[in-house]
Ligand binder design. Structure first.
Ligand SMILES: [Zn+2]
Length: 212
């Protein structure tokens, strides 16, 4: 009997679940090996789905509120189920978009370190057959945690974002982050991509602050 690649992957996930039991993307409870989120959290996520456009981002799924915050924190903490789950929703929303690359907002200069935005970007890339690019933008080491900064320090924080010189002339880019509040990080990354010649940038985030 010859097993398909997909079946081998499922078998692998099933076996790995015996050693590292699967946990809900949001509440961290044990769940079946082939699920991403428990029923209760799925219901609560419904209640924080975005219901109007945000001026800071083109495409998003949830308000940065309630159980969505827990999912964001766990994805940062390497339970990637929320990244995969929200990446699938975003990937579906972007299914008719024509783009050349998917680029995650960088977290570190070193590509090998864990970037939680890359988990989401990877799913969007795979679902829509658009190449993932992680070697354009990077963030210098030593950047402070953004939420701890005062307004004046925030513009200094943005100086930590840099770009390699890559020819993006005429390209359309899907730029992906997990949380967008003021939109400053997105704006900075857009500016860097435009410096390289990108023509159109579609900003995408899992969560966004409620806009009143
Ligand atoms: Zn849950």
């Amino acid at each position: 009997m010859k097993l398909s690649k997909k079946k081998i992957k499922l078998l692998f996930l099933f076996l790995i679940d015996i050693i590292y039991p699967n946990r809900c993307a949001c509440c961290d409870k044990f769940i079946l090996w082939d699920k991403l989120c428990c029923e209760n959290c799925l219901k609560r996520l419904k209640s924080v789905e975005v219901d109007k456009p945000s001026p800071n981002v083109d495409v998003c799924c949830f308000y940065y509120d309630d159980i969505a915050i827990d999912g964001i924190v766990r994805n940062k903490d390497r339970n990637t189920n929320f990244g995969v789950y929200s990446g699938m929703i975003l990937g579906h929303k972007l299914r008719d978009v024509k783009a050349d690359f998917v680029v995650p907002v960088p977290m570190y200069k070193h590509k090998k370190l864990y970037n939680h935005a890359e988990i989401i970007a990877k799913i969007i890339s795979r679902m829509n057959n658009i190449p993932l690019k992680t070697d354009i933008l990077y963030k210098l080491d030593g950047a402070p945690e953004q939420h701890s900064l005062k307004q004046a320090q925030r513009s200094e924080y943005l100086d930590y974002f840099k770009t390699n010189i890559v020819n993006l002339k005429g390209k359309t880019i899907i730029l992906v982050d997990d949380v967008v509040t003021t939109g400053n990080t997105m704006r900075k990354c857009k500016e860097l991509l435009k410096q390289n010649g990108a023509e159109k940038i579609i900003s995408v985030s899992v969560t966004v602050s409620k806009y009143r």
